[in-house]
Design a protein around this ligand. Structure first.
Ligand SMILES: [Zn+2]
Length: 292
């Protein structure tokens, strides 16, 4: 089934476009770029004051001070750079078997790479994610980063460009499953010693802006206690994920691209598309686990 797809889509969360493009040295592929509009808004003290009290959604308070221009520009650059490091050129969508819309000039079927572009804008609008950014008077003070919601600005601090560290012993919960009538037991082992891994808060929040939930958001434990540790994953792979408490990607993180490509390429359905990593680099990206 040959067919046409549309190269632009205008969403109320983000826009997107598809190009057939030269990625490197004559290697062409289709690229689906989600174009996220973000208004990073300086949270500065009122005129005549040098400080103000910034407050997060949990009620934590920290003093904020004026942004100097060079630091502000550096923050904006880091916001984009870190998000691109995590999400760009890592995942690809494989079209459904009976869909031949994405072919090269020779007629070979091609995949669609997932790409992200952040447009930093200077004005709030319906399809713009607005985030107030506080320059902490005392680096190390903690406010909860928050991507915001439509009509409700989020919150970042100057410290969010630095990675946070999680120390864990990575216990694997025991799981019982019935496979072909037989009981299977998995998990239960635990690594010796403790491990440390990193997370960058800004790409995590960009994941929320794209519509991604925490890696274990659907679990009963997380529903009972929103924002508790359980939401960020019990299994190691969930905990190390960018939507858990790490920096790594998983094929689940392609959901925003999958949902969107069905808008570009009807009548395909999300469940008909599969996802893979584009390279072994992408598969292990952000997996920096070290023992203490
Ligand atoms: Zn989160």
């Amino acid at each position: 089934m040959g067919r046409t797809w549309s190269d632009r889509y205008y969403g109320n969360d983000f826009d997107s476009r598809i190009y057939y493009q030269d990625l490197t040295m004559g290697i062409h592929d289709y690229v689906l770029t989600l174009i996220l509009r973000v208004f990073l808004r300086q949270a500065n003290p009122p005129v005549g004051q040098t400080q103000f009290q910034a407050i997060d959604t949990d009620g934590n308070i920290a003093p904020g001070i004026q942004w100097p221009l060079a630091e502000w520009e550096a923050f904006r650059r880091e916001f984009k750079r870190q998000a691109y490091m995590v999400f760009n050129n890592a995942l690809m969508l494989i079209p459904p078997k009976d869909y031949d819309g994405f072919t090269d000039p020779l007629g070979n079927r091609r995949n669609v790479r997932c790409w992200l572009e952040i447009d930093l804008v200077e004005q709030a609008a319906e399809n713009v994610h607005v985030v107030d950014v506080v320059r902490l008077a005392h680096p190390g003070d903690w406010l909860r980063a928050n991507a915001g919601l439509p009509g409700r600005p989020g919150l970042f601090t100057s410290d969010n460009t630095k990675p946070t560290h999680t120390i864990g012993s990575l216990p694997q919960p025991i799981r019982y499953r019935r496979v072909h009538g037989k009981m299977r037991i998995t998990g239960g082992s635990s690594h010796e010693g403790d491990y440390v891994w990193e997370q960058h808060a800004l790409p995590h929040e960009v994941g929320h802006m794209l519509g991604l939930d925490h890696s274990n958001e659907g679990s009963a434990a997380c529903k009972k206690e929103p924002n508790s540790a359980a939401c960020y994953g019990l299994f190691l792979s969930d905990r190390l994920n960018i939507m858990g408490s790490g920096d790594a990607l998983d094929v689940q993180n392609a959901q925003p691209w999958i949902k969107r490509i069905t808008r570009h390429a009807p009548p395909t359905k999300p469940a008909e598309w599969t996802v893979d990593f584009v390279s072994s680099e992408a598969r292990t990206r952000g997996l920096s686990l070290r023992s203490t």
